[in-house]
Design a protein around this ligand. Structure first.
Ligand code: HEM
Ligand SMILES: N[C@@H](CC(=O)c1ccccc1NC=O)C(=O)O
Length: 272
């Protein structure tokens, strides 16, 4: 294309731009007819805030899907001994996770009265049944097979995916593979703490490993922050009532705040 053809339209794009013989449209590419047809309220007539409630959960699940893809790639690359791209992937995850924590603000615009207008229709469904959320926990390293027993209403596909995540290596296994490739012994806890301390004390030499460990801590911290915000979100709506999923509600959610994906990286702080 010549300089003249680029500019002879006064900067206005050629009206045929993006239509070079193709039939693809924005809506077709993004499957918007399907996507925007999936917000179906349970309440009839629909309670005003149910669209908000469905939308926010669907947005979470879309981000969970992307997180799983990024975290899986980070894990696979670490298993191969790489440390640069896994950190890049984890940093993207951290950015998404900040969005996940901050979008709780949107749910907080709902009053408990408006939630009550459709809450009874939701039982016994609950976020406890989010298979992707549990997949993220398993992939991150918090593998609790008990969840597979406690889950009601898992599809065969969900169950198969969760069983695969339980059986396959976690991000933590990937991290230990990176340390092993760098020459550290990682068989016992004491060997691992010796490795973390060596890395922490010589960042000029081991900066890439230190940054990778810090990216794992950031991922862990983001999920702790999400759990803490989720408790407040839940208690703001339902106080001390039991959950639709059959748990004690806020008390159960509080018990989950202590969960850490990488307890040794937190323990390292006490040992430095
Ligand atoms: C009105 C807002 C919300 C309330 C009142 C609420 C309440 C609860 C309660 C009480 C539980 C415990 C299980 C039960 O007995 O029901 C739970 C679990 C859960 N919720 Fe929510 N939730 C809300 C919004 C959300 C949103 C927007 C998400 C995003 C996906 C979410 C994801 C989850 C997850 C993943 C769990 C399982 C947590 C775990 O087992 O550690 N919730 N929620
Ligand atoms: N467990 C919530 C209801 C709830 O928030 C919910 C219900 C169905 C699907 C997802 C949900 N989100 C998080 O738990 C409650 O007890 O009010």
């Amino acid at each position: 294309m010549t300089e003249e053809t680029l500019h002879d339209n006064g900067g206005v794009p050629d009206p045929r731009f993006g239509e070079q013989g193709g039939v693809l449209t924005y809506g077709a590419y993004l499957r918007l007819t399907d996507l925007l047809g999936q917000q179906v309220p349970e309440s009839a007539p629909p309670a005003h805030d149910e669209l908000l409630f469905i939308t926010i959960h669907q947005v979470y699940e879309l981000w969970f899907k992307l997180l799983l893809s990024e975290l899986t790639d980070a894990r696979d690359r670490m298993l191969a001994g790489d440390s640069y791209l896994p950190r890049v992937r984890l940093e993207r995850c951290h950015t998404i996770e900040r969005v996940l924590v901050n979008q709780v603000d949107v749910i907080d615009t709902m009053t408990p009265q408006d939630f009550l207008a459709f809450r009874t229709k939701l039982a016994p469904a609950s976020g406890f049944q989010s298979a992707q959320f549990r997949e993220i926990e398993f992939l991150s390293g918090a593998k609790d097979p008990g969840y597979l027993q406690r889950f009601r209403g898992l599809t065969d596909d969900d169950r198969a995916r969760l069983e695969r995540r339980l059986a396959e290596p976690s991000l933590w296994d990937g991290f230990l593979a990176v340390l092993a490739k760098a020459g550290f012994e990682v068989g016992t806890a004491e060997q691992r703490f010796a490795a973390y301390a060596a890395i922490a004390r010589d960042r000029e030499r081991f900066g890439q490993l230190w940054d990778l460990a810090e990216a794992l801590v950031a991922h862990d911290q983001a999920f702790c922050l999400w759990r803490a915000r989720h408790v407040l979100m839940a208690e703001r709506q339902i106080g001390t009532k039991p959950g639709t999923g059959g748990s004690a509600g806020g008390a159960y959610l509080r018990s989950r705040i202590e969960l850490r994906f990488y307890p040794e990286l937190w323990e390292l702080r006490s040992r430095l």
